[in-house]
Design a protein around this ligand. Structure first.
Ligand code: NDP
Length: 303
């Protein structure tokens, strides 16, 4: 058996297209574009690439981008003052501070300073609490993208056994909350979990968000399970060439799973698409405008 490959690029392109259509309608009704502010402190190369892609996607969605690039030695007080200005700016619907931040800045202090109703990354404790309580807020973009991919495979996840490997605040924990809200029976595994292969073997849905290349092997996978690989790991070979691999050993898992995301081209493209989705939703909420339900629930079922 060979698994169906879940095409994250196609799903993400479709989501971005739906957001762009909804944004055009929002602009026609309100006379303004949704605004997304992205703040980058320092020169981290990977962060710079992410911020460039986010700004490009913002423009392509018909939204207004506000880019703030600050020097690496920016003080926490100066960054907090910028957050205060963005919180108060009516043209800004979403605020994203690119992580990691330089050592002199306390990331928690910065995240908690963002107005929770502009926190399109969903990292603010208020949004963490809203997710756990089943209230409307913002869900972190990566797990939200994973859920959308899962729903493209099976419309209902109710009653399925799900294992999330990884318990980070930005992926593992919110992913588990989302699966619980879909009525999955959820296990959250981590570095201290005993018999990880045995746990994963029970699962109809496996989400791997670990940061260890190829950790999850094909013989850990229950035949027919859906496997979502969040991992992005750069492997450098002896000859100096490099490539991106996930946390799942794709070559063996694809032989056993029912459906699987590749790396690259799986979860990665969904993250920015979900950021655009969250920024649009934020603008609608702030204007009291209707959120187009087709953004999240396309009539054609997905990509
Ligand atoms: P973190 O490092 O914050 O968390 C990793 C988690 O994996 C921890 O909970 C850790 O357990 C657990 N873990 C580590 N080693 C093992 C092991 N051997 N067995 C079981 N569990 C283990 O990572 P993130 O959640 O931020 O990211 C995970 C991966 O996803 C990375 O590859 C990252 O690059 C990628 N990523 C991809 C995104 C995308 O857009 N596609 C977005 C965000 C992340 P413990 O808590 O016990 O230490």
């Amino acid at each position: 058996m060979t698994a169906r490959i879940i095409d994250g690029k196609a799903h993400a392109a479709a989501l971005r297209g739906r957001v762009a259509t909804a944004v055009a309608a929002f602009r026609a009704v309100t006379g303004r574009a949704p605004g997304l502010a992205v703040v980058l402190v320092g020169e981290d190369a990977a962060s710079s690439v992410y911020v460039r892609s986010k700004n490009r996607a913002t423009g392509e969605a018909g939204m207004r981008g506000f880019e703030h690039r600050l020097p690496a030695d920016t003080s926490e007080a100066d960054l907090l003052a910028l957050i205060d200005r963005l919180n108060a700016d009516p043209a800004v619907d979403g605020i994203l501070v690119q992580l990691p931040l330089p050592a002199q800045i306390d990331a928690d202090a910065v995240i908690t300073r963002i107005d929770p109703d502009k926190d399109v990354d969903g990292f603010h404790p208020v949004n963490v609490g809203r997710l756990a309580s089943g209230l409307a807020g913002f869900v972190p973009c990566t797990p939200l993208g994973c859920l959308m991919l899962l729903k493209g495979v099976a419309l209902s996840l109710s009653g399925l056994d799900a294992v999330v490997v990884g318990r980070s605040a930005i992926v593992g924990k919110p992913m588990a909350q989302l699966l619980l809200a879909e009525s999955c029976t959820v296990t959250i595994a981590h570095s201290r979990t005993r018999d990880l292969p045995g746990r994963v073997r029970q699962a109809d849905v496996v989400v791997a968000a670990v940061g260890v290349p190829g950790l999850v092997k094909g013989d850990w996978i229950k035949p027919g399970a859906t496997v979502i690989d969040v991992g992005i790991n750069r492997i450098v070979r002896a000859d100096g060439s490099s490539s991106l691999v996930g946390d799942v050993d794709f070559a063996s898992a694809v032989q056993v799973a029912g459906a699987i995301t590749p790396v690259p081209g799986g979860v990665g493209p969904m993250t920015i698409a979900c950021l655009m989705r969250n920024a649009y939703v934020s603008a609608c909420r702030r204007e009291g405008a209707a959120i187009d339900p087709r953004v999240d629930a396309p009539e054609d079922g997905g990509a």
